[in-house]
Ligand binder design. Structure first.
Ligand code: MG
Length: 382
């Protein structure tokens, strides 16, 4: 087993002690169980499609903005750095980070909210659409790559990390990975970490993309304490830097500050609660966290981005178009499943709604736009 390049702490998940896969497979010969999960995720169809899905900027708005793929790589990078400092399993952390957005719809949160609304109103018995649950559904059911099972047949620990949130109604149906929502226990530290690394990544890259797009401005950003503090330090020590480079350096330093803060805060909490193994971790309060001061600063930054970027009128216009595409496709397909490719037709009404939501959720931004044209516009060929 080639996982001896880092020292695993007793509270980390160990690949040889995994709770296992849904379908038993022979142990891998040349890599750990969690490395195998990470590798399977990278080869998945849904992973490649992340390249053409976005959360803030729709893909065709510019190819210099983050996509869900580059976002996922940044999350994995941040999570791995912290994982090594904490003695966690880096491969598991990376696997969870790379898979965390696999279930995302086209057009980011707008697409997901609209799909959920469609499912809840037009097929209420389905329990709606949740993107975390959909990520799990992708790796458990929807990928068709292996001869003997659906999905990627990942380890429990990876699946647990992918399912960040889940309604209690859905948790009851899920069995093993749903149980912690009913028991109100925590997931592994690797899962907690991937979750926080997600927040560090998007807060910082959305500042970068927001400034580059011109939707938010530098004077606005300088009203946000955490940005102002770092930007002032950069421009004081390097007054010669052109603005773009000073911004890049500011963001680099902010990411570093956040990583250091999480690492130190978490080490302190580990010291206090002394978990002896991963089962202790699960029954303790969550341990991967920002310090109180940094939590507040991160919240202020999030509130700023919500108000000034995610709800910017130009973003809202795009969001509105995205919602309409998702809504119109869903309604048309449910109304007449004969419009669907045959593989997505079902006899039962709820199963039909779920298959439509799987079909739409898998679409890239571009595919959804083209599909809308094919279904609704006379001048499109089919
Ligand atoms: Mg994410």
């Amino acid at each position: 087993m080639s996982d001896s390049h880092f020292t695993r702490a007793p509270y980390a998940c160990a690949p040889h002690a995994t709770k296992g896969r849904r379908y038993t497979e022979p142990a891998p010969g040349n890599r750990s169980e969690f490395q195998r999960d990470r590798d399977r995720i990278i080869h998945a169809n849904a992973f490649r499609r992340l390249a053409y899905k976005t959360q803030v900027f729709v893909n065709h708005e510019g190819d210099w903005f983050r996509t869900r793929l580059t976002h996922s790589l940044e999350v994995a990078q941040i999570a791995r750095v912290i994982a090594r400092s904490l003695g966690l399993d880096e491969d598991l952390t990376e696997a969870i980070a790379l898979a965390h957005d696999l279930g995302h719809t086209p057009f980011g949160h707008a697409g997901q909210d609209e799909l959920n609304r469609c499912m809840k109103t037009l097929a209420p018995e389905t329990g709606g659409f949740e993107h975390n649950l959909q990520s799990l559904r992708v790796v458990d059911e929807l990928e068709e790559r292996y001869p003997d099972f659906n999905g990627l047949n990942l380890c429990f620990e990876t699946r647990e990390g992918i399912l960040k949130h889940c309604s209690l109604a859905n948790a009851r149906e899920l069995g093993d990975v749903g149980q912690r929502f009913l028991d109100r226990t925590e997931p592994s530290l690797e899962a907690q970490l991937a979750n926080l690394a997600d927040e560090i990544a998007y807060n910082n890259h959305d500042i970068d993309d927001g400034l580059r797009s011109g939707l938010i401005t530098l004077p606005q950003m300088r009203e946000v304490p955490i940005f102002a503090e770092h930007f002032d330090r950069v421009t004081k020590t390097r007054p010669d830097l052109p603005e773009r480079r000073a911004v890049a350096e500011t963001i680099r330093q902010m990411i570093n500050t956040l990583i250091m803060d999480v690492t130190q805060t978490t080490l302190k909490r580990l010291e206090q609660s002394q978990p002896k193994n991963v089962e202790d971790v699960r029954i303790s309060p969550s341990m991967v966290a920002f310090s109180d001061d940094m939590r507040q600063q991160a919240n202020d930054l999030k509130a700023f981005l919500l108000k000034e970027l995610y709800r910017h009128y130009q973003v809202t216009r795009m969001t509105n178009k995205a919602r309409r595409i998702v809504r119109c496709l869903f309604e048309a397909f449910l109304d007449d499943p004969a419009l669907l490719p045959p593989a997505y037709r079902r006899a039962d009404q709820n199963a039909q709604a779920r298959a439509i939501s799987d079909y739409i959720a898998a679409m890239t931004d571009r595919f959804a736009i083209v599909e809308y044209g094919r279904v609704f516009k006379m001048d499109e060929t089919f």
